[in-house]
Design a protein around this ligand. Structure first.
Ligand code: GLA
Length: 526
């Protein structure tokens, strides 16, 4: 599979070599990470405290829906069950299930509806303001969910997706705001395959796309996901085939979208892949064309389907991803296949590409920079099995801290059925998630770089600043200072440690802390 994907990248690269600048992994003479990139490996340590047993409502505080579209939002709340849910000022057309916290229905009239969500159990009560905006804009905060690719790649099945939905509930991820359960490549037929479960009629008599035998009933599958208060995602390519050689949407775009609506999907990843052989040249117009087409078709549907553009950053997609109708756009190549390793890819694309190209200017409510999935826990070893993420413990904290500071979609792509407390702590720290999901929707950016150390800042809706302190040195601990002058604040400020969820005290002028090799600290300055 790895070979196949690299081939795809090659084809794309050959088609548009110029366009890959900044998005293409730098070739190394050997595939092993260079010595300089091998970072200190420390024992695992868990920073995220257990959530309180009393109710706490987490996750997004603003939610966009189109008039008349089916509405589904599950109130994410931690705390002991049984729990009861109510909501003040729910707009007409919506109903809340008091036992599950699922809000469903449809809203007819456009408008902004301020609601108060309430969760209570035997130990207390939690209230949280929640704004429903009924209009044309979806994805008012970055998407949160799970994707099958980096653990199951071409082995994905209906059962795997059902198990993922169950795991999202069982592990409590849903209580922190995780919502999408997304099938990646390999659900459609594969032309020329000798595998019986993958070959068969690509489309029915009407030209509607068929799933392969590993997905016997897509509608039943999305019903299963929706019944858990979650949403379902699917994947295809504007080209004749997907990156892994399965049927794509080329010349069947309208029918395929209708199929996805009939099946009940809520999210579409649209992956360039073989479209490189269709596009006439590398002009912006050709790069944009398939995305304009699919988004026009999507917006005509009686269902909200979030569109994720996957074309590896070509043509500076961040400059036009939103304009062509994307709710998010991959900013670079596949993070998990970075030639020098995931950590190097993270520093190159997550940090440097983002910073050099000033990507923070382009993301915001309705359209987000997508630096790829959270590569934590067990990932595919590309030989039919799985292996723990190659990232060191500190690199994993860096990964999540950066994703939250830049308001990236939080889509975990490891094995959701084998999550341990450490990985769950990385994925489910509500104070970090609050940074990612902040309703102001302003992606953060680098404000200082001194040697190996960096300070990144994100403006929050309440006027506070979320700050990431990073040490890119692979072996040495470094002191990193967040200076008030770099953050644009004055006076004495209260500082809170976000990973440990603890106040650190009042500080004047700056806050300094020692950061581990390739590690991160996250604070919020009030
Ligand atoms: C491309 C994408 C990946 C994944 C694979 C599937 O490489 O960038 O995220 O979807 O295709 O084949």
């Amino acid at each position: 599979m790895k070979k196949l994907l690299c081939c795809c990248c090659l084809i794309i690269g050959l088609a548009f070599p110029r366009l890959l600048t900044g998005a293409e992994p730098k070739a190394e003479s050997s595939t092993a990470p260079p010595k300089a990139l091998q970072a200190l490996r420390r024992e695992r340590f868990i920073l995220t405290p257990d959530p309180p047993r009393s109710p706490r409502i987490n996750g997004a505080r603003i939610f966009g829906v189109r008039p008349g579209s089916p509405f589904l939002f599950t109130i994410p709340a931690t705390g002991e069950r049984p729990m009861q849910f109510t909501a003040d000022n729910l707009p007409a057309g919506l109903r809340l299930d008091p036992h599950t916290g699922f809000i469903a229905g449809t809203i007819k009239d456009r408008g902004t509806y301020p609601v108060t969500l309430v969760a209570s159990n035997a130990l207390g009560i939690s209230k949280r303001p929640f704004k429903i905006v009924c209009g044309d804009t979806l994805a008012l905060t970055p998407h949160m969910g799970w994707n099958s690719w980096y653990v199951w790649e071409n082995r994905v099945t209906d059962k795997i997706i059902r198990d993922a939905a169950d795991a999202m509930v069982r592990t409590g991820m849903r209580e922190h705001g995780y919502q999408y359960v997304n099938i990646d490549d390999c659900w459609a037929m594969k032309p020329g395959s000798r595998d019986e479960s993958l070959n068969g009629p690509e489309r029915d008599q009407e030209g509607m796309v068929n799933s392969n035998r590993r997905f016997p009933d897509m509608k039943a599958l999305t019903d299963y996901i929706h019944a858990r208060g979650l949403k379902a995602g699917i994947y295809t390519s504007p080209g004749p085939t997907t990156c892994a050689g399965h049927v794509g949407a080329y010349q069947h775009e309208e029918l395929d979208v209708r199929r996805f609506v009939e099946w009940g999907f809520d999210f579409l990843k649209y992956d360039w892949c073989s479209y490189g052989g269709i596009a006439k040249n590398g002009s912006l117009e050709e790069l944009q064309k398939p995305y304009r087409l699919i988004s026009r078709i999507l917006t005509q549907q009686p269902r909200d389907i979030v569109l994720n553009l996957c074309q590896y950053g070509m043509g500076n997609v961040w400059e036009w991803g939103k304009e062509v109708g994307g709710q998010s756009w991959r900013t670079a190549g596949d993070l998990g296949l970075s030639f020098e390793g995931i950590a190097a890819g993270l520093f190159r694309d997550g940090f440097d590409l983002y910073s050099d190209r000033k990507l923070h200017q382009f993301g915001g409510p309705g359209g987000w920079n997508d630096p790829d999935y959270l590569l934590l826990g067990y990932l595919s070893n590309w030989r039919g099995g799985t292996a723990p993420t190659p990232l060191t413990v500190d690199e994993q904290y860096t990964h999540v801290t950066l994703w939250c500071i830049v308001a990236a979609p939080l889509i975990f792509s490891g094995d959701i059925t084998r999550l341990d407390k450490f990985t769950l702590g990385l994925l489910c720290n509500d104070e970090l998630i609050d940074v990612d999901q902040d309703p102001l929707g302003k992606p953060g950016y680098r404000v200082a770089k001194t040697g190996d150390t960096e300070v990144w800042m994100k403006d929050m809706e309440d006027g506070s600043k979320a700050v990431g302190l990073f040490n890119r040195n692979p072996v040495e601990f470094k002191k990193v200072a967040a200076r008030w002058s770099d953050l644009g604040v004055q006076g004495t400020r209260r500082v809170r440690d976000l990973w440990r969820q603890k106040n650190l005290g009042d500080f004047a002028g700056q806050f300094e802390i020692e950061v581990a090799p390739h590690g991160a600290e996250a604070i919020r300055i009030f």
